[in-house]
Design a protein around this ligand. Structure first.
Ligand SMILES: Nc1ncnc2c1ncn2[C@@H]1O[C@H](COP(=O)(O)OP(=O)(O)OP(=O)(O)O)[C@@H](O)[C@H]1O
Length: 335
């Protein structure tokens, strides 16, 4: 039996149904991500687990108990939010100790656990600093320590890194993942950032319009999207209607669209014949650097196809050049 189960969850606000029969399971010790565009219902689903929202219908189970109607404070759930939610008039040690004090844990035990947890999140040098004296990243680490110190059954993280700049954000992603694994904590992470979901998760649940569109490991989600939405939201898939793709390549398949990623395509100024590959003729419109790859926009008939190659200055093909794109038929996903 899974550690967390959402069974047929429906949530409506008046006539607006924002969760439409959600069934989802989380195994103990996993970090799963709810990923999806703004407004698709991620936070609402998380709040149904924490008890901050009631469900319209359906059941929520945690550790084999039906918690659908249990008071939020009795659910044994830790939460970290996007906005820094530390008590401003308490220092880091007092903030982290708060939950233990509420549980009437003896003082000596509180001191020991606070020190351990503050050490795990790397804030030992800031024990007696107030939130106003901490950076955004440090505040979120303190919030994480405060949520975890009571050893909750599950840790809920609702876009905890969205207010943090890109560089620090990446190191905190890695750190949260390390701490979660070190403590074998079950965690649900909400984000609309696909890269963040890829880095952090055991399983990603991609949500769209109040439903689960696809549940998969990061690798499966990236390489085997099940729908047009999944293909465009995760990674940067080229999407060409099947009819147009057949005209370009002679390759046919079932579905309405063919999806293929920019990095599976080879680009050359001369035609290339390769077994099991399709070739598409086009011309370079523009090339732009994207981190360590150069992305060519290539017009093929009426369709633009993006091609990524590792960025090496000597190999740049000028705009306007006729080119041949080669891609393995195995890398084409018919949707
Ligand atoms: N308390 C509420 N009253 C009315 N409508 C609400 C309430 N909370 C959420 N909603 C609506 O439910 C829908 C889903 O909201 P939710 O916050 O779950 O989305 P989300 O996927 O987490 O989005 P974001 O990434 O922007 O936070 C939205 O249309 C929102 O306006």
């Amino acid at each position: 039996m899974s550690y967390i189960r959402f069974e047929n969850i429906v949530k409506s606000f008046g006539s607006n149904t924002v969760l439409k029969d959600i069934n989802l399971e989380v195994e103990k010790g996993q970090l799963v991500t709810l990923l999806g565009p703004s407004g698709c219902g991620k936070s609402t689903l998380l709040r149904c687990l924490s008890g901050l929202e009631t469900v319209t219908s359906g059941k929520v189970y945690l550790d084999d108990k039906d918690i659908t109607d249990v008071n939020p404070k009795d659910r044994d759930i830790g939460m970290v939010f996007q906005q820094y939610s530390l008590f401003p008039n308490m220092d880091v040690a007092q903030n982290v100790a708060f939950g233990l004090k509420m549980k009437k844990v003896p003082n000596a035990e509180i001191d020991k656990r606070v020190k351990e947890m503050v050490d795990i999140v790397g804030l030992s040098d800031h024990l007696h600093h107030y939130p106003s004296e901490l950076s955004g990243g440090q505040q979120q680490r303190a919030a994480l320590a405060r949520a975890m110190v009571t050893n909750p059954k599950v840790l809920l993280l609702d876009e905890p890194l969205s207010a943090i700049d890109a560089l620090l954000r990446h190191s905190l992603q890695v750190e949260i993942r390390r701490i979660q694994q070190e403590l074998n904590m079950t965690a649900i992470f909400v984000t609309h950032d696909q890269d963040e979901a890829m880095v952090m998760s055991d399983v990603i649940h991609l949500m769209y319009n109040g439903k689960i569109e696809q549940s998969a490991t990061p690798t499966e989600m990236y390489t085997e999207p099940v729908s047009k939405f999944a293909a465009t939201f995760i990674g940067h898939y080229n999407m060409v209607p099947v009819d147009a793709f057949k005209k370009m390549t002679g390759v046919d398949g079932e579905g309405t669209d063919v999806a293929f990623r920019p990095e599976v395509i080879d680009i050359s100024t001369k035609p290339v014949e390769r077994e099991g590959c399709a070739t598409i003729k086009g011309h370079v419109v523009v090339s732009l650097p994207h981190g360590n790859v150069l992305r060519y926009a290539v017009m093929c008939g009426d369709h633009q196809i993006d091609v990524d190659v590792l960025f090496k200055k000597a190999t740049i093909i000028p705009n306007g050049t006729d080119v041949y794109l080669t891609l393995k038929q195995d890398d084409c996903i018919f949707l």
